[in-house]
Design a protein around this ligand. Structure first.
Ligand SMILES: CC(C)(COP(=O)(O)OP(=O)(O)OC[C@H]1O[C@@H](n2cnc3c(N)ncnc32)[C@H](O)[C@@H]1OP(=O)(O)O)[C@@H](O)C(=O)NCCC(=O)NCCS
Length: 167
């Protein structure tokens, strides 16, 4: 696919999985992964899905609300899964889900989830259109619909903040 091919693409084309070993340098004195480090991994995992969908450069426009549901410890294996939920004109909503996986049993524990919006840009930083997403499974269709609702909420909130700054 060339960068300006706007043929709709299935969600599975952007699906990505990343694994990170949690090292002492990433942790607080209690041995828990720093929240900012987790956010960094989430941003990278999200960007990979956005690149795969759009086959272009991307910038992070925003991150929605982020909960840290359970601590991640030094020695844990962090797994991050990402895919594009929906594409709009130049922007894409990406969902990222994070687990820790036990090396010994393979058991996974959900530690965080986030929705991020990336905007596709060319080498000069100008925004470029992205192909639509084709949701295929029931989960993908639900995420696609929900992404449309979240976009409206984000736009309303962005407008409210702009208005507040003008006052
Ligand atoms: C994100 C950015 C490209 C948006 O530019 P802008 O001039 O505000 O553009 P517009 O208002 O015309 O919006 C362009 C698209 O971005 C989306 N967008 C803009 N701000 C957004 C936000 N805060 N959250 C979600 N989407 C956003 C718009 O909905 C629009 O999407 P669409 O083309 O699919 O309809 C620009 O603000 C930017 O370059 N920010 C810095 C990005 C960056 O450096 N990220 C790394 C941070 S360290």
């Amino acid at each position: 696919m060339s960068p300006n091919d706007l043929t709709p693409r299935p969600v599975k084309d952007s699906q990505s999985e990343m694994a990170e070993a949690v090292l002492p340098n990433d942790a607080n004195p209690l041995g828990n992964l720093l929240g900012g480090r987790l956010m960094h991994h989430i941003d990278i995992a999200g960007a990979i899905a956005a690149h795969r969908h759009s086959r272009s450069y991307v910038v992070t426009a925003s991150t929605d609300h982020l909960d840290f549901l359970a601590p991640v410890h030094v020695g844990d294996l962090l797994i991050l899964r990402s895919s594009v939920n929906r594409a709009f004109r130049t922007s894409m909503e990406v969902g990222v889900k994070c687990w820790v996986e036990s090396y010994l049993t393979g058991e996974r524990r959900h530690v965080s989830s986030a929705y991020l919006t990336y905007v596709a840009v060319d080498q000069q930083g100008n925004r470029v259109p992205v192909p639509p997403v084709i949701p295929e499974t029931a989960d993908e269709k639900r995420r696609f619909e929900d992404a449309g609702r979240r976009r409206e909420l984000r736009r309303a909130e962005l407008e409210r903040r702009k208005q507040t700054r003008r006052e």
